[in-house]
Design a protein around this ligand. Structure first.
Ligand SMILES: [Zn+2]
Length: 283
């Protein structure tokens, strides 16, 4: 099935990138999962974990509050750890990654914005948090921001971290070409909502790296998202996979061939990859 409207968007016709390796991965995925996962692979503003990647940080806080220096420093430290770890994972596959960062942090206490989410459900109910935040810091819309960052940074691999001065549950906003029929211009720029504390615990680098990997196309590998049988298989074979668990220290975590394949680091292919497709998406 082809998503209606995709052809009507000249911009989206260019995706996914059409070299022969990419075409092979895309059609393999299409054959096993239909549009559901194929439409999130190598699309949007965060395509592959390779080359130059621009990371825009937007530090948000409720009106009348501000980020403390300590909290901001702590979260920035975790972000830096996560990015360095992602670089190391890519380097294992001889893929060079360079992160370039920009930041909106107000006067140092964050950018005030009303209606910030305080939970996972809030995030799900606020799909337009990113365009709203970008307006607050002075962009017209998502695409104006994307185009401007692309021209300044000289890369089309761009992601946004919304750092939210609340307790919450960090999550990724991954682009799918299915958004073509549903205001894709509001979703094209891929982002992660990172909370000051994550489910009551200090935000950690593992979670930030896990969510960023989703933007590049990685799948969850734990039971509940994948099937329980697949989750148990991963626990046995790749216990330190970051898409399986984030409770070990970041430096102990790694990526399995599946995650490496999905984010574009390797062409190594195994049939077991398809065990991790959610039941409702299996062809
Ligand atoms: Zn996840």
């Amino acid at each position: 099935m082809v998503a209606l409207g995709v052809d009507a968007q000249p911009f989206l016709r260019e995706q996914p990138v059409a070299n022969s390796t990419d075409r092979r991965v895309y059609s393999t995925m299409q054959a096993h999962t239909g549009d559901s996962y194929a439409n999130t692979w190598n699309v949007g503003s965060a395509k592959k974990l390779s080359g130059k990647i621009y990371v825009l940080e937007v530090w948000l806080t409720r009106p009348g509050t501000s980020w403390s220096k300590t909290d901001m420093g702590n979260v920035q430290y975790k972000i830096n750890n996560a990015l360095a770890w992602l670089q190391r994972m890519a380097a294992r596959y001889s893929v060079a990654v360079e992160f370039v960062s920009g930041s909106y942090h107000g006067d140092g206490g964050g950018v005030e914005m009303a209606g910030l989410p305080t939970s996972y459900d809030d995030c799900a109910n606020q799909p337009l948090l990113l365009p709203r935040a970008l307006k607050v810091v002075g962009y017209t819309d998502v695409f104006q921001c994307y185009n401007q960052l692309q021209s300044i940074a000289g890369t089309d691999n761009i992601l946004v971290l919304l750092l939210i001065n609340n307790n919450g549950w960090s999550n990724a906003n991954q682009f799918s070409t299915l958004h073509a029929t549903n205001h894709f211009r509001d979703y094209f720029l891929e982002s992660v909502n990172v909370f000051r504390t994550d489910d009551g615990m200090p935000t950690n680098g593992q979670t930030i790296a896990h969510e960023i990997l989703h933007l590049f196309g990685a799948w969850d590998m734990y039971g509940g998202q994948a099937s329980n049988a697949a989750g148990q298989w991963a626990e046995k074979n790749y216990p330190y996979e970051i898409m399986l668990q984030v409770s070990s220290p970041l430096d102990d975590l790694t990526i399995s061939p599946l995650t490496a394949w999905l984010v574009g680091l390797t062409s190594e292919y195994h049939e077991w990859y398809w065990d991790f497709v959610r039941e409702e998406y299996k062809n």
